[in-house]
Design a protein around this ligand. Sequence first.
Ligand SMILES: [Zn+2]
Length: 378
Amino acid sequence: MTYMLQDPDGQRYSAESLADVAAALGNGTLHGDSWAWQEGMVEWVPVKSLFPEQPAKIQPDPTMRAAMVAGGILAKAGVSLAGFATKCFRKVTLQNRFSKALAAMLEDGKLEPAELEALRQMVAEAGGKWDEIVAECQPVAEMFIRHQLADAIADGELTTEEEKAIMANVKLFNLDGDIKQEVNTTIPRIRLLANLRENRLPPALTIKPVWIQSGEAVYTKQNAELRSAGQIVSIGIFWVTNSRVEYVAPKGGASIALKNIREAQSHGRQLILTDTKGRREFVMAEAETTVAIILCLLRASNRTASVTVDDSRQERRRISKEVRNAVWIRDGAACVECDSNIYLEFDHIIPVAKGGGNTVNNIQLLCRECNSKKSDRI
Ligand SMILES: [Zn+2]
């Protein structure tokens, strides 16, 4: 039966069936606020009223949703989902209720004291054993913490509250080994970088090498390689004091006054230092923080050398939380190169400087090791 249709601006159309009306609405030919009439109707009705609303799709409650996300991550990470689901989510047991509650509470990354107390009460009332129940949830807890660390690296900062939340989870879930070490090295590194950006130097080291002069203080000491055209020239120790960079090695040793530094750059583990006499290439574990220390010392003495830190690391700060979450789940909480799930970082596949965007398609998860190797190649 023919439908008469009228747009808000008065334009009239006709359609031969309700399906045609729907198609016209769908492709935009017909305005959503149009009116409709057909034979037998007393008056014109809003076109939308021809399509009674579909019942809203039932959304799983937030606790189940969080549990499903956690389950999905576990499956991709190679943990048996069936076993995990049986243990944690399917059986109507204490473990089931506990895991659901926990996953929901951890969704915001923290476990409030009141939430923790509620969990303890749940276990006590059911006569369960706290340690056993908590031990079952270690894989979930570890992945939540690794995600928090990767976020913090991307943001370049970690609030005291976020740090407390991570430490509380490490303690609560009795986490040890790899994850504990990762937390214990990553948090100070993030804190140091954030402080240096704000011109807060770390306390000077207490070591006093023989060559040190009075009034001079050491800010970092690293094992390093000196390279030339990619080849190792020597292996030595790289020092930064408040007045110079000192590379002590059997070959190629150098003492470079901070005031002569023109440029300092880091790319992954590579540190490139240019002074009035030329350019030197070093490789060390903490190239990024070392450059940040040099930059901070130069600013403290009002030097205006062009000192830059690794651009690819700066770019991470502009990746939105939504994009990070989507990438985290898509990549299964693991490095896309080597499948490792430790020391994960968000990486731009095409660097922003080369036209890459902060989109899900251009971001991937890499472990720190693979990310450094990638930087070496660029
Ligand atoms: Zn890797």
